[in-house]
Write a protein that binds this ligand. Structure first.
Ligand code: 13P
Length: 385
């Protein structure tokens, strides 16, 4: 039975050519070499944002979400009110000592302060890198267990090229994974694939991508379950980023901390949260990644700071820091209340939180003297941004 004789001899390399044939075949499997025009700049930007004692101010609420914030202090959701609040935030004296980056919504990237200075210029003067939210929000994921996926890849390259021209140097894409609704394999794959495509496109356009698969706090599950889901999500996300030739030295992560579900009866101490979260990160995140910038996800201001502090009690392979919205802005917003005479006090409130998290990044924070209000949780079911 000479099956080889059935093969047309022209399909086979001559013996002397076998090595050559192997060399030709190999690159199809693994030899995509990345050399992006912005690589050096991406590494530099990521390192600047991940610098000691500093973290990110997330102020990129969509107009709808910003409207909810303004409504909570009795203000109408107008462009002028959004501009007034964001002017207050970016012009806090000395903010750049604690904040290295600010994530903006598109409106703010192109906006001026109430005194007519470009918001981007104020940030740069403060030593803060301007960033931009580039995702287009969540929509139902057909065929899943009532889960969602994140839109925004269409036209992303050209939008990002324009954002770079306008001064943005990093980007954010927030997608979510729900534990009570699964998460289904489909939802995890879709989240990871979207993040990976976004990350590759962002790097190609000079923006450091913040990779944020938020595992929502919703649910009654314990911390073990969150840990299990987070391992799955991050394994898939890094796999897809590698498939898309994302350069890990030029990204930042924005994970949720590993905590019990918001409705779980067993609460976790900051030490437990730190143990689980660092175990997750050490199993899933290569040391090439420069920074881990956590979201606050509905934790109280003090809780988010205490948890971060607990994670910085020993050396980590990456800069472990914050990218909070609610846990930085909440007291500031309430203190302002939309009144010009409260601007200074509100700015001091933001500076206080920025300083506290700065200390937590260095592992030197204590909650002595924190106001009771700063200890109130801010969890909202099915939170959208
Ligand atoms: P929070 O810190 O309020 O959870 O902000 C979430 C977020 O994705 C901001 O970019």
């Amino acid at each position: 039975m000479a099956s080889a004789t059935l093969l047309k001899s022209s399909f086979l390399p001559k013996k002397a050519e076998w090595g050559v044939a192997r060399q030709v075949a190999a690159p199809r499997v693994s030899m995509v070499v990345r050399a992006g025009a912005y690589d050096d700049e991406l590494v530099k930007t990521a390192k600047t944002i991940a610098s000691p004692g500093r973290g990110i101010l997330a102020m990129d609420e969509s107009n709808a979400t910003c409207g909810k914030r303004l409504d909570s202090i009795g203000l109408e959701n107008t462009e002028a009110n959004r501009q007034a609040f964001r002017t207050l935030l970016v012009s806090v004296p000395g903010l750049g000592n604690h904040i290295s980056g600010a994530i903006l919504f598109e409106e703010t990237l192109y906006q001026s302060t109430v005194d007519g200075k470009k918001i981007v210029d104020i940030l740069v003067e403060q030593g803060i890198v301007p960033g931009i939210k580039v995702d287009k929000g969540l929509v139902p994921l057909t065929g899943s267990n009532d889960e969602s996926w994140c839109q925004g890849l269409d036209g992303l390259a050209s939008r990002e090229a324009a954002y770079y021209q306008q001064g943005a140097r990093f980007a954010k894409w927030r997608t979510v994974v729900s534990i009570p609704n699964g998460p289904s394999e489909l939802a995890v794959k879709e989240a990871a694939w979207g993040l990976a495509r976004y990350a590759a496109i962002s790097q190609d356009n000079g923006l450091v991508p913040i990779v944020e698969p938020e595992i929502l706090l919703d649910g009654e599950h314990g911390i073990e379950r969150t840990f299990e889901v987070a391992q799955k999500v991050w394994a898939e996300t890094f796999y897809q980023m590698a498939q898309n030739n994302v350069m890990f030295e030029g990204i930042l992560l924005k994970p949720s901390m590993v905590t019990p579900g918001a409705e779980c009866k067993d609460r976790a101490t900051p030490e437990q949260v730190a143990d689980y979260t660092l175990k997750l990160l050490s199993r899933r995140v290569p040391p090439a990644v420069p920074g881990i910038m956590f979201l606050s996800g509905g934790q109280s201001e003090v809780e988010a700071t205490l948890n971060l502090n607990a994670m910085n009690q020993g050396p980590n392979p990456w800069h472990v820091s914050f990218s909070y919205a609610r846990a930085l802005q909440n007291t500031c917003l309430k203190t302002w209340g939309g009144r010009p005479e409260n601007v200074k006090a509100a700015q001091e409130a933001l500076l206080l939180r920025a300083k506290a998290n700065s200390l937590a990044q260095l592992g030197k924070y204590t909650s002595d003297g924190e106001a009771a209000e700063a200890k109130e949780g801010m969890f909202v079911k099915n939170y959208s941004y």
